[in-house]
Design a protein around this ligand. Structure first.
Ligand code: KG4
Ligand code: ZN
Length: 334
């Protein structure tokens, strides 16, 4: 078995996975959302303190499996350094105590592996990664090499939902809250412009859309109409944010043939986005893959799944350290 810890942002999670058949033997996740909610976003200092109290308790509960462990891993990049360090230190200490190898796992590669929690990797594969920290389209070829086809130049898709939610005083995280309110709104009520419509370069940008929403909220407030237009604002914003993702994806699908296309990251839970991607994949004869809903957002199961392949392929460095910079372009699955 392998033990994995994920603590890159505001979720503390621990998983133990079988090296033989990838079965999840033990799994825990403690979300810090309620602690960060009143600040409208993740407060690093608070996240660090919460990890430091949650992780040792999780390790205590995982103790019955310690004798069967062959290796340990933790997310080592990218993420909030003060959060990552919680998982890394725990795994380093345990590696000394149990005399086991400990290695780092790239969080983004972990998200890709969330598609293969119970199966072998399917290649060649296109991936849309949409989370609070990242928005990118990746291609993974038969040799398991990863290329970034498109990324955001400013905010991420999930982050733009969080920021719009903050402007509307809906709390944190914003994704699911906006999506729920949008269900009762008119998605054409506000005609937000599609970002980078004329731009040929493959790139995402959500800051302009966020600004349009901010100005609309200001106007609605001035006219005392905001309370009645919240659902319409959410629906109109969600429609254009998803359209922006799809606009670039359609261009990518016109240039590339994907046998498989996966959607990963916390924001891949968005039903509107899922439906649009299913439609696009159907049109192109591509098989669409989603991670189980429970494992779309940050979790240690996906880190353990990546960890199993890293361990089996001997693809780890000597000791786990906090990686200052993270590069996924031109890296490889294991
Ligand atoms: O992958 P994740 O748990 O953390 C990061 O690695 O960032 O993703 C969390 C992000 C948050 O920004 C959250 O608002 C967004 O995913 N999210 C959604 C939805 N559910 C979560 N965004 C849009 N629609 C959703 N239903
Ligand atoms: Zn993530």
């Amino acid at each position: 078995m392998i033990l994995a810890i994920e603590s890159s942002c505001d979720d503390s999670s621990l998983a133990i996975m079988s090296l033989d058949d990838y079965s999840l033997i033990h799994y825990e996740k403690l979300s810090q959302e309620i602690w960060h909610e009143k600040y409208g976003g993740v407060v690093p200092e608070l996240a660090c303190r919460l990890h430091v109290s949650a992780i040792p308790a999780m390790l205590e509960r995982a103790k019955p499996y310690f004798k069967q462990l062959k290796a340990l891993c933790a997310t080592s990049e990218p993420g909030l350094s003060v959060s990552l360090i919680g998982g890394i230190c725990a795994v380093r200490a345990l590696s000394v105590a149990l005399n086991l190898k400990a290695f780092g796992v790239n969080h983004l590669i972990g998200h890709i592996y969330s598609l293969f929690l119970t199966s072998q990797i399917k290649l060649p594969l296109g991936v849309l990664l949409v989370s609070g920290g990242h928005t990118m389209v990746l291609e993974i070829n038969q040799n398991r090499e990863i290329s970034v086809l498109c990324a955001t130049s400013d905010d991420s898709f999930g982050e733009s939902f969080d920021k719009v939610a903050k402007m509307l005083d809906l709390g944190y995280p914003g994704g699911a809250r906006i999506e729920n309110l949008a269900k009762n709104g008119d998605d054409k009520a506000f005609n937000f412009t599609l970002p980078l419509k004329e731009q040929k370069r493959l790139e995402y940008s959500f800051s302009g859309l966020k600004n349009q929403v901010r100005l609309t909220i200001q106007e609605q407030k001035k006219s005392n109409l905001l309370q009645d237009s919240i659902c319409d604002i959410c629906a109109s914003f969600e429609r254009v944010a998803c359209l922006h993702i799809m606009d670039k994806l359609e261009r990518i699908f016109a240039l590339r043939e994907f046998k498989y296309f996966g959607v990963v990251g916390g924001a891949s839970a968005n039903a509107r986005l899922r439906a649009s991607i299913c439609e696009l994949c159907l049109k192109h004869g591509t098989q669409v893959l989603f991670a189980p809903l429970e494992f779309c957002s940050d979790n240690a199961a996906m880190i353990a799944r990546a960890g199993v392949d890293i361990f089996k392929n001997n693809a780890f460095s000597e000791q786990i350290t906090l990686r200052a910079r993270s590069q996924i372009d031109k890296s490889k699955l294991f």
